[in-house]
Design a protein around this ligand. Structure first.
Ligand code: PLP
Length: 398
């Protein structure tokens, strides 16, 4: 007898992966340039030159044994110190190296944090639309995942819905801004409102609800949008960061957890994070990458390409008559399906060689996600297909 939970999890089909595989097969059939694959959130711009320079410098100048050896479980001291110094200077938070735990990307950061916080039967909340893996991460922690609706149309956080969803079992709320899949960025007022609801609830029940900010898209914002730093709003908070998207290195698996030094049970929380990382078998984050990425704190690959893609697609899709959530960040457009069934819409889009992800797995019905981290040339080639798809639904062109 195997672990039935994992057998089932391993068998669940991922709509995004299936679409991606379909795209590969279709490209082989009709030619790469004729398929418009908007399925995956894989960065399309190379890492910045400094990344290659830091890597080569480390390899050329370093002590190979220490560079490729295990670091201590929370990370190399210089990496943790660099992250803490950056958080201090960029966001004015008095975080120290001791509050930082280096991880294999945001996925590991969120999983470790949830395992550190939750016991069996606890509840973890997130606003829909949400990153589908949160359900898996909460399940790993033995917790129940509860989706909280966002405000219809804008997908801003619905703070009253959050308040209604909180129970004595609520252990954590995950927020993800800039958001995958909506591209929405939460304002300082929205974050403050979320925190005040959590604070009131924690006081009433006598046990803290933790706020987890999942931030793989922090730097990917456009038109001057700002991403408030949750530690400045709420003491019982944890930031889960990833270099995957900012430096275009998702396959390298590197990120970190930053604990708020003001968290009520800060010392136990850090111990629990170390314990969870150990129990999950992470040992330590990739040693070379810890050093290379933390020498580039705050730096990004050339994200201007994403902003150009966003502007071009947004204005054209709106012109063809689609209703699009106006994204301020990440590299996704969330587009309303012209028919109630988003899967049916995505199926019809395939006839026009457009690969779009239906929103159901993100916890929202009636939308599709377009990952616009693709070449500008593909966007140009795809526009007639988007237009023909709109016309097939009789949408009014502006
Ligand atoms: N959280 C969100 C919202 C994401 O979109 C992703 C990846 O796409 C992750 C976490 C996982 O990121 P990482 O590659 O750093 O594990």
């Amino acid at each position: 007898m195997l672990n039935e939970r994992y057998v089932a999890l391993g068998r669940v089909r991922s709509v995004i992966r299936e679409l991606f595989e379909y795209g590969i097969a279709r490209k082989a059939e009709i030619g790469e340039e004729n398929v418009f694959d908007f399925s995956l959130g894989n960065p399309c711009v190379p890492p910045p030159e400094e990344f290659e320079r830091e890597l080569s410098g480390l390899i050329a100048g370093g002590d190979a044994l220490s560079l490729h050896g295990y670091t201590s479980a929370p990370g190399a001291p210089e990496a943790r110190a660099a992250v803490a110094a950056y958080i201090n200077s960029a966001f004015g938070c008095p975080v120290t190296a001791g509050d930082i735990y280096m991880t294999c990307g945001a996925a590991a950061a969120v999983t470790i944090t949830l395992c550190a916080l939750c016991g069996a039967g606890d509840e973890v909340l997130a606003f829909a639309p949400y990153f589908p893996e949160y359900k898996v991460f909460a399940g790993q922690a033995g917790a129940k995942f509860v989706a909280v609706p966002s405000l219809p149309g804008t997908f801003a956080p619905d703070v009253s819905a959050l308040s209604a969803a909180l129970t004595r079992k609520t252990k954590a709320v995950i927020i993800n801004s800039p958001n995958n899949p909506s591209g929405v960025v939460y304002s300082a007022d929205e974050i403050a409102a979320i925190c005040s609801v959590l604070r009131r609830h924690s006081e009433r029940t006598g046990s803290p609800v933790y706020l987890i900010a999942d931030e793989p898209y922090r730097e990917l914002v456009y038109g001057g949008a700002e991403v408030p730093y949750v530690m400045n709003f709420y003491d019982d908070s944890v930031v889960c960061y990833s270099f995957s998207k900012s430096l275009s290195v998702p396959g390298e698996r590197i990120g970190y957890i930053a604990l708020n030094p003001k968290a009520a049970q800060r010392d136990d929380l850090f111990a629990a994070v170390c314990g969870a990382g150990r129990a999950l078998g992470y040992v330590c984050a990739p040693s070379l990458l810890q050093r290379a990425c933390t020498r580039l704190m705050g730096r990004t690959s050339d994200i201007s390409a994403y902003e150009r893609n966003r502007d071009r697609l947004l204005s054209e899709l709106e012109r063809y008559g689609y209703e699009v959530v106006r994204p301020q960040g990440a590299f996704y457009l969330f587009v309303r399906s012209p028919e109630p069934d988003a899967a049916a819409f995505a199926e019809r889009a395939k006839k026009f060689e457009l690969l779009l992800v239906p929103s159901d797995d993100f916890g929202v019905k009636g939308y599709v996600r377009i990952a616009y981290c693709v070449g500008a040339d593909m966007i140009e080639r795809s526009l007639p297909a988007f237009r023909a798809l709109a016309q097939s639904y009789g949408l009014n062109e502006k």
